[in-house]
Design a binder for this molecule. Structure first.
Ligand SMILES: Nc1nc2c(ncn2[C@@H]2O[C@H](COP(=O)(O)OP(=O)(O)O)[C@@H](O)[C@H]2O)c(=O)[nH]1
Ligand SMILES: [Mg+2]
Length: 636
């Protein structure tokens, strides 16, 4: 297949028996009905496919059933089409499914199309003119207002060249496909192929896929490998947006994949059961009540939804509203995806719309900014959209919250974030993985940290600074660790804080002792110095001071930090001068009595009791003055 071919997908639409399938056959040479039952009954039940390659365009036809009972199959086929071929039989004119299919095309945002007045061999000229007038009136004001309306006959071949020409013209206008986006293919069929295994088909609505790629099946989720690709029976190495695509998948039974599932770039899409959207009600629809149940269709998926109306109790025909759709099953939807809703019973199409926040939160009374947020998602620029998302997310926003909602490439998020950061609206806490928070919030957190450090110094003049972990709890769980760390680093860079291992302090804060505290400090130090190795218990020393125990404890900490005193075991503290004498003592012992020394000999040498000897020897082991071997020590 030539690489420069333009791929265009044409979907049929129209009432049953109006000649859709016959027309597709007349255009392509392939009759799209493929099921036994379809051939026997002569009606289309499910989607059919056919291809036509002509003048640099490769048309993929999706032929849909016209019967009202199979509108849900029609819906699965119509999502993702570039052009609609609206088929109206000249001998019957407009019929219920002509209207319903047309409404569906409008609601799904099908951009353009061609109208075929079929079976023109069955009517006279006056009837044809009348049907043409009626048709033009019918499409007035819609996307088909200026579309060609062509009389054709699948039987005699009349008008077919003109119809092909019109399809070519419309194909030229179809916009560049979303080939650069992340790969997504809503599955419409899954079946086994002898010798190959599972094959799924669908309209490739965005991105590209190549043989050998790893893809994700959603909403399962499951990772699968692409074994091979085809489009219209032709094998391809790569398929891209705008192609009908058959994907041969390794490692899965065909029964494990159903219509409505999606295969996609791994990790780029998310499943959801809660979508905030704009819903339009058709003029033919009855009033829709808050919390009404409807059938929901998006992509090839179909489920039941409850409609929560924001700020309304009822929606009248022709009206639209912001709504939340609570789905019975998980689907894969991104912002901008169109959907259709059908009345719960009897089942008729009543409206549709566009997803705005596909990963919506549960509605609460407290959430007063939702409507404004959704309006920004609906109409805002990229910067406005990203900013609104960042501002609604006090924990900070990462790629995982952005990409599956908006369908942007990661590389598209970065420049938008940079622009917002430059404008001072957001703070980029981390680049990879991306973490964004609003600048206002970041400043609040920084301020909180500064205030906490300040108040700590005020309350604890005898401590050099606050422990990082204590500071972390001061800003609460609603601040991610990365944000906390970045805020601290930036405050340090601005010389507003000093970071010293696990301590955080204000620059220039010195510990200042009152005269009373200074006296206590000297008293403690002297008590230990005088005692030598026969040290008193810490409690005893502190109890003799004239200051209260909490302050005395802090002063003890200062002495330990200054290394005037050394903690040998949890209960034992010695003055450093007493400990400093030990290596020399042991050295002399080694010279006269050899390198080995037991606990009794150590007691004798130092004059300490067993209670002190053991912790002291363990301390000396740690200091690598001695090494334990059995009950003895080797002097090193
Ligand atoms: N005379 C005539 N009959 C047609 C024409 N197109 C389709 N038919 C017949 O109309 C019936 C329904 O056609 P089909 O393509 O199955 O309609 P669909 O339900 O819209 O797909 C079949 O019996 C066709 O042979 C046409 O252009 N002229
Ligand atoms: Mg048919």
């Amino acid at each position: 297949m030539a690489a420069n071919l333009k791929s265009v997908i044409v979907g049929t639409a129209g009432h049953i028996d109006h000649g859709k399938s016959a027309l597709v056959e007349a255009l392509t040479g392939t009759h799209p009905d493929r099921l036994e039952e379809e051939k026997r009954r002569g009606i289309t039940i499910d989607l059919g496919f056919a291809f036509l390659e002509e003048n640099g365009v490769r048309f993929g036809f999706v032929d849909v059933p016209g019967h009202e009972r199979f509108v849900k199959n029609m819906l699965a086929g119509t999502s993702g089409i570039d052009l609609v071929l609206l088929v109206i039989a000249a001998d019957e004119a407009l019929k219920p499914q002509t209207r319903e299919h047309f409404d569906i095309c409008r609601l799904l945002g099908v951009p353009r199309g061609v109208v075929a007045l079929t079976k023109c061999d069955l009517v006279d000229r006056d009837t044809l003119d009348l049907v043409r007038l009626e048709t033009e009136e019918f499409v007035k004001g819609s996307f088909l207002e200026r579309a060609p309306v062509l009389a054709v006959s699948a039987k005699t071949g009349e008008g077919l060249p003109a119809l092909k020409q019109a399809l070519h013209q419309a194909a030229q206008q179809t916009s560049e496909k979303q080939s650069s986006r992340y790969f997504r293919l809503p599955v419409d069929r899954s079946f086994p192929v002898k010798g190959f295994g599972t094959v799924v088909t669908g309209t490739l609505i965005s991105g590209q896929v190549a043989s050998g790629d790893e893809v994700e099946l959603l909403p399962e989720p499951k990772l699968l490998r692409v074994r091979g690709l085809q489009s219209g029976g032709i094998s391809l190495d790569r398929a891209e947006a705008g192609q009908r695509t058959a994907v041969n998948l390794a490692g899965i039974e065909h029964t494990a994949i159903q219509r409505g599932m999606v295969i996609a770039s791994p990790g780029r899409f998310a499943k959801t059961r809660r979508i905030d959207a704009r819903l339009h009600l058709l003029k033919s629809a009855p009033r829709l009540k808050h919390r009404a149940q409807v059938h929901f269709h998006a992509g090839t998926a179909e489920t039941v939804a409850e409609v929560l109306l924001y700020g309304k109790t009822e929606l009248a025909p022709r009206e639209n509203a912001l709504v939340q759709l609570r789905l019975a099953d998980e689907v894969v939807v991104i912002r901008g995806d169109r959907f259709i809703v059908r009345q719960f019973s009897p089942v008729v199409t009543i409206g549709g719309g566009e997803a705005l926040d596909p990963l919506a939160r549960r509605p609460t009374r407290k959430d007063t900014t939702r409507v404004q947020f959704l309006e920004t998602l609906e109409r805002g620029s990229r910067e406005q959209i990203l900013l609104a998302m960042v501002e609604r997310n006090i924990l900070g926003l990462g790629t995982q919250e952005i990409v599956p909602r908006l369908g942007w490439l990661e590389s598209e998020v970065q420049p938008v974030a940079q622009n917002l950061a430059k404008a001072g609206a957001i703070h980029i806490v981390n680049v990879d993985p991306l973490l964004l928070i609003s600048e206002k919030l970041f400043q609040e957190i920084s301020k909180k940290l500064l205030a906490r450090v300040e108040s700590f110094h005020k309350d604890n003049p005898l401590l050099p600074g606050i422990q990082r972990e204590d500071l972390r709890t001061a800003v609460g769980k609603r601040v991610r660790t990365e944000t906390f760390r970045t805020a601290l680093d930036e405050l340090a860079k601005q010389s507003k804080l000093v970071l010293q291992d696990e301590l955080v302090k204000k620059p220039g804060t010195e510990i200042t002792l009152t005269p009373e505290e200074a006296r206590a400090k000297t008293a403690i130090e002297q008590a230990f110095a005088k005692a030598g190795l026969a040290v008193p218990s810490v409690k005893e020393v502190l109890a003799q001071l004239s200051i209260e125990s909490r302050r005395a404890e802090r002063i003890l900490q200062i002495l330990l930090r200054e290394k005037s005193l050394i903690r040998v075991s949890p209960e034992l503290i010695f003055h450093q001068t007493a400990l400093a004498r030990l290596p020399a003592l042991l050295h002399n012992y080694k010279k006269s009595k050899g390198e080995r020394i037991g606990v009794p000999a150590f007691k004798e040498l130092t004059g300490v009791t067993r209670k002190y000897a053991i912790p002291l020897l363990e301390y000396l082991d740690r200091q690598r003055v001695t090494r334990r071997t059995g009950d003895e020590r080797v002097i090193l």
